[in-house]
Design a binder for this molecule. Structure first.
Ligand SMILES: NC(=O)c1ccc[n+]([C@@H]2O[C@H](COP(=O)([O-])OP(=O)(O)OC[C@H]3O[C@@H](n4cnc5c(N)ncnc54)[C@H](O)[C@@H]3O)[C@@H](O)[C@H]2O)c1
Length: 363
């Protein structure tokens, strides 16, 4: 890769102006590292709506129209529906633009390799954005664990409850491609939202050598099944074990400014524990991080625990990175493949009755 950092603001295009644009855009507002030059979406309504944020930007109905316009673009914020990720990203890279893609990267390893080879062939940077690892309570959890404040790590668990009521409106069109993903065996809880949980596990404790899973299904509306109840457990190469349980509570109201979802991360050490009490939703009115050690509880009441801030900070990291080229991309395309392998190992394990699967062995 012969990447040269930019010595001027990055000229950026948004491709896909749907629901998640509302959060990704926060990295771009009042950011001297970037100039938004183009907005792309086949929906005229979306283009008109988002043009209000960027009156100077030009709007296009497709990537091909943007490419044909001759407008100079350096990098793209790719907010495409998941089934369009592979072809969409390859098209963006082939136009010579760096790409910051939303998760999940793609559904299988063959498609991942197509995307990575397009990045190599075009000598462009391909990042798969992971906002959770920029969520301040999770960052402080990681710092706390690494500081030794709870002693040597014994293990950890994550919890996720798909709560059915609360949160913002999601357009019916956004669900259509989620249903398509479900029909292709990539469920909304394990693979879509779950991508984040698997990413945090890799980020906290490193490579994984064995995964065991029991992935269930529940019909929530006729013909539509979601992938819960599910339990996934794993062991990192350093010997630390993690477990993640996903349950459904369709009638539960959980206050949220975004998607409704009750989440927890709890790391147990030899001398105490550190627990992040929530993330996407705001249901539980207690500090977002608690640390217990030696008979004392320390609670963090002033963290930036608005989930949207993790999008702002992840996006800012990317735009700054394009300016400096320094430090980790969080995540590079190759690191995202490790998240994909983790998910694929869980599917392979569940299909085989819960046997242990090494993510490196998944083909
Ligand atoms: N990080 C997170 O927590 C998080 C949360 C939600 C969604 N996402 C991801 O964000 C991405 C988009 O999700 P969303 O919820 O905004 O979906 P959405 O359906 O609300 O928006 C997608 C937009 O893409 C547009 N589009 C369709 N085809 C296009 C094309 N060929 N070129 C350009 N635009 C096109 C649609 O018109 C729509 O406006 C997905 O990858 C999803 O997984 C991430």
């Amino acid at each position: 890769m012969t990447f040269q950092p930019y010595d001027r603001p990055v000229r950026a295009a948004f491709v896909g102006l749907g629901r998640i644009y509302d959060l990704n855009v926060r990295a771009y507002i009042d950011n001297p590292d970037v100039e938004v030059v183009a907005l792309v979406d086949p929906s005229e309504e979306r283009r008109a709506q988002r043009q209000a944020d960027w009156p100077e930007a030009r709007t296009f109905g497709s990537t091909a129209e943007l490419a044909a316009s001759g407008l100079e673009v350096d990098a793209v914020e790719a907010l495409l529906p998941i089934p369009l990720h592979v072809e969409g990203v390859i098209e963006l890279l082939n136009n010579g633009w760096h790409v910051n893609l939303q998760k999940p990267m793609c559904n299988d390893l063959a498609d991942a390799e197509k995307m990575l080879s397009a990045a190599r062939a075009n000598d462009r940077i391909f990042r798969v954005m992971e906002n959770y690892i920029f969520y301040e309570p999770l960052r402080r959890l990681k710092e706390t664990v690494e500081s030794g404040a709870i002693g040597e790590v014994s293990g950890y668990h994550m919890k996720m409850v798909g709560s059915g009521r609360g949160g913002w409106d999601v357009p019916a069109s956004s669900y259509e491609w989620q249903f398509q993903q479900m029909r292709n065996g990539r469920g909304v809880l394990v693979f879509d939202d779950g991508w984040h949980k698997l990413a945090t596990a890799l980020w906290l404790f490193g490579p994984i050598k064995e995964v065991r899973a029991w992935i269930g299904t529940t019909e929530v509306i006729p013909t539509i099944e979601v992938d819960a109840p599910t339990t996934i457990l794993w062991q990192h190469e350093n010997g630390i074990r993690g477990v993640w349980d996903i349950t459904l509570a369709p009638a539960m109201y959980l206050r949220s400014d975004y998607y409704t979802n009750d989440e927890r991360w709890e790391v147990t050490g030899q001398q105490g524990y550190a627990r992040v009490n929530r993330c996407t939703g705001r249901g539980i009115q207690q500090p977002s991080l608690d640390v217990y050690a030696e008979g004392e509880m320390r609670s963090y009441h002033a963290l930036d625990d608005d989930w949207a801030s993790s999008f702002r900070d992840s996006g800012r990291h990317w735009l700054r990175w394009l300016h400096t080229g320094e430090g980790p991309l969080l995540w590079s395309g190759d690191e995202a493949v490790n998240v994909l392998r983790f998910a694929l190992a869980a599917y392979a394990s569940s299909e085989a009755g819960g046997v242990g699967i090494d993510p490196a062995s998944v083909s």
